[in-house]
Design a protein around this ligand. Structure first.
Ligand SMILES: [Zn+2]
Length: 372
């Protein structure tokens, strides 16, 4: 019998971004680390070029991966400008073209999240991964190059703790993830009352005939090449894992309180509810069921909103409007989807999104077929 072992990574930083490999102007993040992101990080630690990585990835993919969500973080948007040679509207109302033209893309991040990742598999390979993580050859990052880690990625037991990294033994991912204690980061952080933390655990059949749990999800993030990017599907099951609270007080450093956008306040919720009611629960643009509201002005944003500052929208129309706004770099007054001037641009953007989504579905289906 081959000997098995598990290596632990602590993925924590101001920002992380675990993309779903979309190449669109809106780049979202998954709720936890992707396997392509984590194996990419390990290839950086090993100092492997993209070409060299291709030879090592089949072996690295044999490791199973589990991620414990110690702190889910807050979703946060940023926008990037990319020179694209297309026309852009200027503040003065003109159009900049040619080399000055700039494309604006939106990128989503997880702010202030913390994940404990376990990679489980053949002991000699785990040893190589652990060695690379203790002295990385190249700088490592949390999903995107702009996201450096704020603590060493190689997870280390704190004083008084008995677990080791790597941890040997034939145990499965789930029991390994339960052995590492949970630590608060901010004053007042509390371990969930249930004593359990959510985990995203890669599912593999242990015995012939094993059937995946019915709620397992397909994640298209098992990398077989970074250049060109080739990803295979894998199954990810959501589980709850019991954890002990670690002895953290002695090592906790105090951090300033985090600023938060106060979108949870009751006045805003009340204005939002009133607006959706007055729109009869329908998107003001396409009359599909409304799932959100659009601010037509940010003049009173943050709690003093009046229902008249908002418009009910469905998800698709909201995405379309938001993308147009970012493309134009608008100020405090935003797009009013009821204004006829915006009708054609919104319809056009909705078509682009629908077309992109069906392309994406086809691409995913193709890459799934490739595996069979
Ligand atoms: Zn709509």
């Amino acid at each position: 019998m081959t000997s098995l072992s598990t290596v632990f990574l602590r993925l924590e930083g101001p920002l992380q971004a675990w993309g779903d490999n979309s190449k669109f102007v809106i780049r979202r993040t998954m709720e936890g680390p992707t396997k392509s992101g984590v194996l990419g990080l390990i290839c950086c630690a090993m100092g492997l070029s993209r070409q060299a990585a291709r030879e090592r990835l089949p072996e690295l993919n044999k490791l199973t991966m589990g991620a414990r969500i110690d702190r889910p973080g807050t979703r946060w948007w940023d926008y990037h400008t990319v020179g694209a040679g297309i026309g852009m509207m200027t503040a003065a109302g003109g159009i900049k073209t040619g080399a000055q033209g700039t494309l604006i893309t939106r990128r989503e991040y997880l702010a202030d999240a913390s994940f404990l990742v376990a990679l489980h598999g053949e002991a000699t390979l785990i040893k190589k991964v652990a060695d690379a993580l203790t002295s990385p050859k190249w700088p490592i990052f949390l999903g995107r190059k702009s996201c450096p880690p704020s603590v060493p990625v190689w997870a280390k037991p704190r004083s008084g703790e008995t677990w080791t990294n790597p941890m040997t033994g034939p145990e499965d991912l789930k029991s390994m993830l339960a052995l590492v204690p949970w630590h608060p980061r901010h004053e007042g952080d509390e371990r969930p009352a249930s004593g359990e933390l959510p985990c995203l655990i890669e599912w593999r059949a242990a015995n012939e005939g094993d059937i995946a749990p019915s709620d397992a999800e397909v994640w298209y993030d098992a990398p077989f090449s970074f250049d060109p990017p080739v990803h295979h599907p894998r199954l990810v099951a959501r589980e709850q894992v019991p954890v002990q609270a670690g002895n953290a007080l002695q090592e906790r450093t105090s951090v300033p309180p985090r600023p938060r956008a106060d979108y949870q306040n009751t006045e805003y919720k009340e204005a939002r509810k009133k607006r959706i009611e007055s729109d009869h629960g329908l998107c003001v643009f396409c009359k599909s069921p409304a799932t959100t509201v659009q601010h037509v002005t940010y003049r009173r944003a943050g709690g003093d909103e009046q229902p008249d500052d908002l418009r009910s929208l469905c998800r698709l129309c909201h995405d379309a409007v938001t993308m147009i706004e970012y493309g134009l770099g608008m100020g405090i007054d935003r797009i009013n989807p009821e204004d006829s001037r915006w009708r054609d641009p919104i319809i056009k953007k909705r078509h682009e999104i629908i077309e992109f989504r069906s392309l994406e579905t086809r691409r995913r289906r193709l890459s799934a077929e490739e595996v069979e």
